[in-house]
Design a protein around this ligand. Structure first.
Ligand code: AHG
Ligand code: MN
Ligand code: MN
Length: 338
């Protein structure tokens, strides 16, 4: 093990604080809070089956999806951790109807960052002991500091992100994030509750051989996607590619970053705008993938250039190894978007 690999996330954050363009203790404290909430959720995820945390919560979220107990739990942990520390001025979550403005106990919140998140991604996998995740995205507010945040602060294009990350609660818990200077991954040692730098400067191969898509929906896919799937399955050179689909975006993306591959969640006749959410899932993952040398697109253009119009907006998502995404776009371009 190199010395670098023995570095803890806490040490890494302090070391890198000066590289960060908006260097201030505020940002460091924010990442520290996310790290803390991640540990709390990780602990709970690992107890699934032992404590009453598995299964449906009994309510739907604003998007009409069944909330799982862990969705609600993780949402509360991340929100409470950030609100109690008065570390951000606003939060938007996949599990909340609207954004939360944090005024602070004295009503004079001077913080400049907003956080957008998918607190528990892939929650339908929790009951069957399959990896789940958390995704977060951080922006500087655009409205004046000290005033209550407005929707404008959240509806920013992905290219404005100052940091993004995910936590994967898998065979081990890992936190992977970027502040625009590459991507670094940290693995939790649960015995002592410390994240260590295990994957410095993560890079995704330009060419991969894994494609990840819910192929059960094939008949509902646009023709460009159907054609690309057939291309992946054709026997030529490195092809046919391997198909891997966990059904937890974070886990599928994490694997593809490490091994090389493409992840696709397209539009379909069942989900005409796609399923994944631009602000909580696609933008943060796109930022990480681009920082790792990959590409993220809606099939025609760059995800991070999309100007959002609503908080829970959905988009089609093509993301991963650069050459694979470009190939998929080539097939899509034969059938222009309506
Ligand atoms: P969430 O649990 O946050 O609602 O996200 C689920 C998402 C994503 O994690 C996954 O890739 C996708 O839904 C799977 O959808 P399908 O079951 O339609 O393939
Ligand atoms: Mn999700
Ligand atoms: Mn979720």
């Amino acid at each position: 093990m190199t010395t670098e690999r023995n570095q803890t996330l806490g040490e890494f954050i302090i070391d890198k604080q000066e590289d960060f363009m908006y260097s201030s203790g505020e940002f460091t404290r924010l990442i520290n809070s996310l790290r803390l909430a991640a540990k709390v959720v990780s602990h709970q995820v690992n107890q699934a089956g032992l404590v009453d945390i598995v299964g449906a919560f009994g309510k739907e979220n604003v998007q009409g999806e069944q909330q799982q107990k862990l969705d609600v739990y993780a949402n509360e942990v991340f929100i409470k951790t950030l609100v109690n520390r008065e570390i951000v001025c606003g939060i938007a979550s996949e599990e909340e109807d609207d954004f939360i403005a944090i005024q602070g106990k004295k009503g004079n919140n001077e913080n400049k960052y907003v956080v957008l998140m998918d607190p528990l991604d892939g929650s339908s996998n929790i009951d069957v002991n399959v990896s789940v995740g958390t995704i977060f995205s951080i922006y500087r507010r655009v409205t004046p500091i000290g005033t209550p945040v407005t929707q404008e602060d959240f509806l920013q294009k992905g290219a404005n992100q100052v940091a993004a990350g995910y936590i994967v609660y898998g065979s081990s818990t890992m936190l992977v994030y970027t502040t625009g200077n590459g991507v670094n991954g940290f693995t939790l040692n649960p015995a002592i509750g410390t994240f260590y730098l295990s994957h410095p400067n993560m890079k995704i191969k330009e060419d991969g051989n894994i494609y990840s898509i819910n192929e059960g929906n094939y008949v509902h896919f646009p023709q460009g996607v159907k054609d690309y799937i057939k291309y992946c399955q054709a026997e030529e050179g490195e092809r046919p590619y391997t198909s891997r689909y966990i059904g937890s975006l974070v886990s599928d993306i994490h694997r593809n970053i490490l091994k090389g591959g493409i992840y696709i969640y397209p539009t379909s006749t069942k989900a005409p705008k796609g399923k994944l959410r631009l602000l909580y899932e696609c933008n943060p993952i796109a930022y990480i993938i681009e920082q790792a040398g990959g590409k993220a697109s809606d099939g025609y253009s760059r995800i991070m250039d999309i100007e959002p119009t609503e908080l829970h907006q959905r988009v089609p998502f093509f993301c991963g190894s650069k050459n694979m995404v470009e190939k998929a776009e080539e097939f899509m371009s034969q059938y222009p978007a309506k």
